[in-house]
Design a protein around this ligand. Structure first.
Ligand code: SF4
Ligand code: SF4
Length: 358
């Protein structure tokens, strides 16, 4: 079953979702489009949702916060000894992310394999993931693929919804909304108040739009032989001249990793004051020099070229080796659009493949 949401009811529909869910949606801030929690109140409406521009950042922080307290503790001393109380996080409330693109939802599929289905499931990520509905906005011509996108390399694009629950496709003065998972169907049944029923004509028009977006992608950026990438990267691993050329312009600023929907590294710190403290998990990135700095002072990836090599190798070789050949890059192009010095991960892949064929 599909639904139709006219443009002029979009904000009301989002506000209505707040009845049962915390709602996260893209909103324009400065030159960027970022995911924020909508919090309409009686005194002030929520910031307007921005669905007409691609988000600058991914929605990763909604499930995997930039910094979060894993647990807090407090100790008390008396004549019977020391007691330590530990406070853990409460179970997450139901939430919905509206307006992430298919590639960003695919980024959560990348993280699921590590934090939900891996050998050691992360309880906080898993609980949030289960409590979250993903309402993807399909990319269509004029509101979607640009020259930095290459999701079709990984089937991360418009017809691939394996991490999505609902797909909204811009169509004829509104959005065609189609559930693509059981969770999505259940969610839509209880949030159809502002919606009209979809029909075959709208569904066909929406499918044609999504196909046109895909055709644009295939034409502007044909995929390389990705099956060869893993082997080529490993064979070229010791080719330091190649990696120095690729990494030469990089500033090691880490912007690419912070915007990426599928980078998931973190560091943990214990912070204490008096007899209380907290264990805090914060995003980290392999592009930071300190990421691999050992206590002895030795750093196995002291040079930025080595660190960029690690990032590329993780996306296209290490992760696929552990996850049935699936790349951890989803082709969203965020790193390409926002790199201050124009490093293009696609060009790096082509360069490694070319070097391997020489
Ligand atoms: S955004 Fe560009 S310059 Fe910054 S770390 Fe990434 S590749 Fe290097
Ligand atoms: S590496 Fe770049 S293109 Fe690939 S998923 Fe991350 S931000 Fe997107």
């Amino acid at each position: 079953m599909s639904y139709f949401l006219p443009h002029d009811r979009l904000e009301s529909w989002l506000d209505d979702l707040e009845r049962t869910h915390r709602v996260f949606a893209p909103t324009a801030e400065g030159r960027g489009v970022v995911f924020r929690r909508r919090k309409p109140t009686a005194e002030s409406p929520a910031a307007p949702v921005c669905l007409e521009r691609r988000p600058t950042e991914s929605a990763r922080h909604v499930l995997f916060p930039r910094s979060e307290v894993l647990l807090a503790f407090r100790s008390a001393h008396d004549e019977s000894g020391t007691r330590v109380e530990v406070f853990e996080q409460e179970a997450p409330a139901p939430q919905v992310i509206v307006g992430l693109r298919a590639c960003d939802a695919k980024g959560f599929a990348v993280m699921d394999r590590v934090y939900m289905h891996g050998r050691y499931a992360d309880p906080l990520y898993t609980a949030r993931r289960k409590a979250t509905v993903m309402a993807v906005l399909a990319c269509v011509p004029g509101n979607g693929p640009d020259n930095a996108c290459f999701c079709h390399w990984f089937a991360s694009g418009h017809e691939e919804h394996d991490a999505a629950d609902i797909v909204l496709t811009p169509a004829s003065g509104g959005f065609l909304i189609a559930p693509v998972s059981d969770k999505g169907a259940e969610f839509m049944e209880s949030h159809a108040g502002y919606l009209e029923q979809g029909n075959e004509e709208l569904e066909n028009a929406a499918a044609a739009q999504r196909l046109a977006a895909r055709e644009f992608l295939e034409k502007h950026c044909p995929a390389p032989a990705l099956s060869k990438t893993e082997t080529a990267i490993m064979r070229q691993f010791g080719n330091s001249m190649l990696w120095e050329t690729i990494g030469e312009p990089c500033l090691a600023c880490g912007v690419c990793t912070h915007l990426c929907p599928s980078c998931y590294c973190f560091t943990i710190t214990d912070e204490t004051r008096g007899n209380a403290g907290a264990r805090i998990r914060s995003w980290d990135t392999c592009l930071n020099a300190g990421y691999t700095l050992e206590a002895s002072g030795h750093n196995p990836r002291a040079a930025k070229a080595q660190r960029l090599k690690n990032r590329i190798a993780h996306k296209f070789a290490y992760y696929p080796a552990l996850h049935m050949g699936k790349s951890s890059c989803v082709g969203c192009g965020k790193c390409i659009r926002s790199c201050p010095v124009g490093v293009d991960i696609r060009a790096a892949v082509f360069r490694v493949l070319a070097a391997d064929e020489e």
